[in-house]
Design a protein around this ligand. Structure first.
Ligand code: GDP
Ligand code: MG
Length: 302
C-alpha cells in the first residue's frame, strides 16, 4: 500500500472550562487564534485553527467549555461544543492534570460514553504536577474505557505537543487539503477582532463584569492610501450601571483596553489599525438572535 499524497480532517478539542483548550489550539497553530484568559468560559464562538503537519492538514475546532447550561447563551455554547465534537474525525478530550477528574470532566466522559465516542485524552498542565499524581490519573482515564490513547502535555510550555500533533496527523483520512497551506484559521477577521477586544476587556475588568458583555465589529474600512484599517466595534453591556465600569474614570479604562486591542490587531493584520470602541447598553442582548449570529452560534429557541 502506498502512502496517500495528502490527508485532511477535523479535530475537536473538548473539555471542562479552563483546562487549556484555547492554549493548545494556539500552540498547534503557532499563533494566537483563540483568546486565553485565566477565567472560565471565555471562548464563546467556535474558533478554528488550521495546521499542516507532514502530509496532513488538521482543522482544529476549539469549543466553549462544556458545562451545565443555565442561561440561553450557555445553551448555545454547549450546542456548539457538542456539534463540534460530533462532526469531528477525532476528538481530543483535555483534562487539567491539577484538577483531575472533577465533576465537569466526569460529566463529559459520561456523555461521550453514551455516544460511544472514543477520544484521545490529553492530560494538560503537566508542568504543574508531579509524576506520582499523573500516573494514577492516567490509569483512571484508561480504565474509563473511552481513551484510544493518552498523552501528557503542557500546552503552555509545549511539552508533548509535537508528539500529540504527530499522532493526530497520522489519524487523518486520505484526502485533499481543504485550505491553502498557509491559512491558520477560517474565522472571519471581524469576529477575530471582536474576540481580541473581548479578551482585553476580560483582562482589564477582572471580576467586575465577567460575563454580561459582548463585542461586535460594526464597521471595517480599509484605508488603502495609508495602509491602514479603521475598525469600529460596539461593546454591548446588559445594564446601565455596567457602562461606567467599562469606561473607567474619565474613560481611562476603555482607552487602555483600546490601546491593547489595537496593538494586537496591528500585529496580526500587519498594518496600522485605527480602533474605535463604543459602549452601548442593551438589556436584552442575551436574548437577541442577531448577537448569536455574530458569534457564529445558533440561537437556542428557549
Ligand atoms: P480553556 O477555557 O479550556 O480554553 O482554557 P485556556 O486555554 O483559556 O486556559 C485557561 C488557563 O490555563 C490560562 O490561564 C492558561 O494560561 C492556563 N494554561 C493552559 N495550559 C496550561 C499548561 O499547560 N500549563 C499551565 N501551567 N497553565 C496552562
Ligand atoms: Mg477557551
Amino acid at each position: 500500500m502506498t502512502e496517500p499524497a495528502t490527508r485532511c480532517g477535523f479535530v475537536a478539542l473538548v473539555g471542562a472550562p479552563n483546562v487549556g483548550k484555547s492554549t493548545l489550539l494556539n500552540a498547534f497553530v503557532g499563533a494566537k487564534v483563540s483568546i486565553v484568559t485565566p477565567k472560565v468560559q471565555t471562548t464563546r464562538a467556535r474558533i478554528t485553527g488550521i495546521r499542516v503537519a507532514g502530509a496532513s492538514q488538521l482543522i482544529f475546532v476549539d469549543t466553549p467549555g462544556i458545562f451545565a447550561p443555565k442561561r440561553r447563551l450557555d445553551r448555545a455554547m454547549i450546542e456548539a461544543a457538542w456539534s463540534g465534537a460530533q462532526d469531528a474525525d477525532v476528538v481530543v478530550l483535555l483534562v487539567d492534570a491539577v484538577r483531575g477528574l472533577d465533576r465537569d470532566t466526569r460529566q463529559i466522559v459520561e456523555r461521550l460514553k453514551e455516544r460511544n465516542r472514543k477520544v484521545v485524552v490529553a492530560l494538560n498542565k503537566t508542568d504543574r504536577v508531579t509524576k506520582q499524581k499523573l500516573l494514577p490519573l492516567a490509569a483512571e482515564l484508561d480504565a474509563g474505557g473511552i481513551a484510544q490513547e493518552i498523552f501528557m502535555i503542557s500546552a503552555l510550555n509545549g511539552d508533548g505537543v509535537e508528539d500529540l500533533l504527530g499522532y493526530l496527523a497520522g489519524r487523518m483520512a486520505a484526502g485533499p487539503w481543504l485550505y491553502p497551506e498557509d491559512q491558520i484559521s477560517d474565522v472571519p477577521m471581524r469576529l477575530m477582532a471582536a474576540e481580541i477586544t473581548r479578551e482585553k476587556l476580560f483582562l482589564a475588568l477582572h471580576q467586575e463584569l465577567p460575563y454580561a458583555l459582548s463585542v461586535e465589529t460594526e464597521m471595517w474600512t480599509e484605508i488603502e492610501e495609508e495602509d491602514a484599517v479603521r475598525i469600529d466595534q460596539i461593546i454591548y453591556v446588559a445594564k446601565e450601571g455596567h457602562k461606567p465600569i467599562v469606561l473607567g474614570r474619565g474613560g481611562q479604562r476603555l482607552k487602555q483596553i483600546g490601546i491593547a486591542a489595537r496593538k494586537e490587531l496591528g500585529e496580526i493584520l500587519g498594518c496600522t489599525v485605527h480602533l474605535f470602541l463604543h459602549v452601548k447598553v442593551r438589556p436584552n442582548w442575551p436574548d437577541e438572535p442577531a448577537r448569536y449570529r455574530e458569534m457564529g452560534l445558533d440561537f437556542p429557541r428557549q
